[in-house]
Design a protein around this ligand. Sequence first.
Ligand SMILES: N[C@@H](CCC(=O)N[C@@H](CS)C(=O)NCC(=O)O)C(=O)O
Length: 207
Amino acid sequence: MKLYLLKNGVNPRRVRIFLAEKKVRLGEDLPVEEFDMESMGHKKPDYLAKNPLGTLPALELDDGTVISESVAICRYFEEMITEPVLMGRGALGAATVEMWNRRMELELLLPTIDAFVHTHPFWVGKRPQIAGWGEARRGQLVARMTWLDGELKDRPFIAGDTYSIADITAQVALLTARGALKLPVPDDHANLARWYAAVSARPTARA
Ligand SMILES: N[C@@H](CCC(=O)N[C@@H](CS)C(=O)NCC(=O)O)C(=O)O
């Protein structure tokens, strides 16, 4: 088995944190190959033969099967390593976590990535940039932070009483928003700030 990652990649970081929570040690329990945006090994034939989209993360099983998509990789490990539960317990628990994780992807992570790619100098020449779209997505992200602050009024974590993959998706989005977009959690968003401080203090947060 081998895990393919991208240095500083937001989606690869989701899988890193998930695996750290499952106590999987990268490079020891699970071999890793990490690409970077300078050498672009993930756009070369060897990797494209495994994942023609050339995206990361991807997990290659011993029989050659390749699983891409962060959540699918997390699902694989959730089934293989059952504790701690990160994708919900039972029908309602699993559906609730899936609902919140999907919301964190659509409402937080994708606007963050769009704002970053379409407005940040790092992406000049690497991706087509439409500044207006980036600004619009930044505005959506700001609005969604306010929405999430309200949601967190009565519960400690995004999907309920326990830490889950939905928290991981949200925390990598807000880490990127703070670092790349200079858009930290606003001071007057006390619930979101309390949650962000709690998830950032976990030993796995910088995995
Ligand atoms: N939906 C995919 C997105 C994967 C993705 O776009 N990963 C980025 C890194 S965050 C990537 O591979 N970028 C490199 C590229 O597209 O060249 C997932 O959740 O894993």
